[in-house]
Design a protein around this ligand. Structure first.
Ligand SMILES: [Zn+2]
Length: 191
């Protein structure tokens, strides 16, 4: 386990549980959510308080051993949210390529009663009547669900026109998505 210290709360965690940041050549702090950018990294928990306290206490400049241009906390949190949204859409796209996504109201309703149904995502602008019918079936079948993204965004994530409802039929993809969606909700202050 590769442990790193959160620049905010100073606790150590496996790095996969943390947000990674890098410093660009002009000294600006960037969010590297996927842990891909080269160079020295700094880390925080995926937590609003840890991000705020890393900024307030100069933790980032200490981590990079140089003076860093830190965005305002709100801007940095928006950047984290943007990274999380891309990560989630990317996971949805990967699930689609793996043949693990069912969409379209009728197919979704049929899929939700099968044991393979692992996660339901409902667009925030889905027609309320149909959405309620689909959500009720998910509740009845004990399938976890989230309201997330608009129809346009969900559609383009699976390479189609607008999509109001998606069901994931692969437990591993669904597990990864649920983890990232919960992180997004936490950072966005929704729970
Ligand atoms: Zn922390």
């Amino acid at each position: 386990m590769a442990e790193r210290t959160c620049t905010g709360c100073r606790s150590g965690y496996d790095k996969t549980e943390l947000i990674r940041y890098v410093c660009d050549p002009s000294g600006r702090l960037l969010v590297d959510y996927r842990h891909k950018l080269p160079g020295r990294g700094a880390y925080t928990c995926i937590d609003l308080d840890c991000i705020a306290s890393a900024i307030a206490r100069g933790g980032f400049s200490r981590s990079f051993k140089q003076s860093i241009a830190i965005p305002e906390a709100d801007a940095l949190i928006q950047e984290v949210i943007g990274n999380l949204r891309s990560r989630i859409l990317n996971l949805i796209g990967m699930s689609r390529k793996a043949g693990a996504i069912v969409s379209g109201s009728n197919s979704v309703l049929q899929e939700l009663v099968k044991p393979t149904a692992a996660l339901l995502i409902v667009a925030t602008d889905a027609a309320p009547g149909t959405a309620e019918k689909i959500l009720n079936r998910a509740r009845g079948a004990d399938v976890p669900f989230f309201k997330l993204f608009d129809k346009q965004t969900l559609g383009s994530a699976v390479g189609r026109d607008e999509r109001s409802h998606l069901v994931l039929t692969n437990k591993k993809f669904a597990g990864n998505l649920i983890l990232e969606i919960n992180r997004l909700k936490k950072v966005a202050g929704e729970n």
